[in-house]
Design a protein around this ligand. Structure first.
Ligand code: ADP
Length: 159
């Protein structure tokens, strides 16, 4: 049996924090499908297809990863992939409340779906796509936060 997990999110754009979670997840699951949500972010910097492309490039050398996008409910997408597992990252206590609500809402929507929380390396526990975009807009160097080609893509968008 192939153990498949879905890692859903906005990924606007992918950071080293997301990549850390993906690398940990492929150690436990045969296949990790990183799925970009069409409806999660109100004012995204990158389109869904751009986010998918950046994720593909960033995970090209990690075995067992697939990149996709989805519309609608996470639980419906999870079932459409023939699995029951959702992975989410928890950076700090501040993530917990929202993630807890979402996991329990998803459980209410579908009893079968389980959410697994994973912690990144502490060196990435402060990283967020939102803060990286803010820092970039103020001219920050993003080395150490995102791969070089992601930094270039952010800077091109902000020109
Ligand atoms: P969403 O809008 O669904 O929260 P994000 O792209 O911000 O989308 O995050 C997707 C998932 O990755 C969430 O579970 C989030 O907690 C997790 N995540 C984001 N940044 C990091 C990080 N630096 N380390 C670990 N997990 C992270």
């Amino acid at each position: 049996m192939t153990r498949i997990a879905i890692y859903p999110g906005s990924f606007d754009p992918v950071t080293y924090g997301h990549l850390d979670i993906i690398k940990r997840a492929v150690r436990i699951f045969d296949k990790v499908i990183v799925a970009v949500a069409h409806n999660s972010e109100k004012d995204p910097l990158f389109s869904v297809s751009e986010r998918v492309e950046l994720l593909k490039k960033a995970t090209g050398n990690i075995k067992g990863v697939e990149i996709d996008d989805f519309h609608g409910l996470v639980v419906d997408y999870v079932k459409s992939k023939g699995t029951k597992v959702v992975i989410r990252g928890i950076r700090m206590i501040s993530d917990f409340e929202y993630e807890f609500q979402m996991a329990l809402t998803n459980r209410k929507l579908s009893e079968d779906v389980e959410t697994i929380f994973m912690m990144p390396s502490e060196s990435y526990s402060y990283l967020s796509s939102k803060l990286i975009k803010e820092a970039a807009s103020l001219g920050a160097n993003l080395k150490g936060f995102v791969p070089g080609f992601v930094e270039k893509a952010i800077k091109l968008k902000m020109r």
